[in-house]
Design a protein around this ligand. Structure first.
Ligand code: HEC
Length: 151
């Protein structure tokens, strides 16, 4: 067989490289790298998942399952993930719902002042095929979970 479809394979493996880099950083966060055609159902289906499951999927690698900032990846990070259980205390006893939602989404955050290491979930989830409404719903669900685990 002289004509193997090697060009296609080449293109694929080249396209995969930045993906793999992203995967190394984010796989365990459940975000992975998807072009919207994979079977990995990260878009939709949120209604069947609890806020806790959504949190564990996207956040626990860095912030830990309990939100204490001690996820398996935390040790590798120069800027440490924060302890999400202290947000209420640190905000004078009121859980800062809007700010948390905005931090998760990330797209409206001024990068220069804000969160250099937090993934921009709004962008990430849109890329994975979620609609704007689904991104909002997921941010709200995850925020409600974080609110429920305040110390
Ligand atoms: C790749 C590691 C990583 C993942 C995954 C991650 N975070 Fe973070 N997060 C951080 C780091 C590091 C910080 C500290 C601030 C920064 O980025 O400099 C942070 C900060 C935060 C903050 C504080 C924002 C503020 O205003 O101070 C919130 C809230 C937060 N993360 C929520 C989440 C939620 C919810 C998820 C899942 C949807 C998540 N994080 C996933 C690394 C991560």
């Amino acid at each position: 067989m002289p004509h193997l479809p090697s060009r296609r394979l080449d293109r694929r493996s080249r396209a995969l490289t930045p993906c793999l880099a992203a995967l190394l950083i984010l796989t365990a966060a459940g975000s992975g790298c998807t072009d919207g055609t994979s079977d990995n159902d990260s878009s939709g289906g949120d209604a069947k998942r609890t806020p806790k499951e959504l949190f564990v999927d996207s956040c626990a690698t860095c912030h830990g399952v309990d939100g204490r900032g001690d996820g398996p990846m935390a040790a590798e990070l120069r800027v440490k993930p924060i302890n999400l259980r202290l947000l209420k205390q640190e905000n004078g006893g009121t859980f800062p719902t809007r700010e948390v939602q905005r931090s998760i989404d990330g797209r409206a955050m001024p990068r220069a002042h804000g969160l250099p290491k937090m993934p921009v979930w709004g962008r990430q989830w849109i890329r994975q095929g979620l609609s704007e409404a689904e991104v909002q719903a997921r941010s709200i669900a995850i925020t409600s979970y974080i609110a429920s685990i305040q110390d």
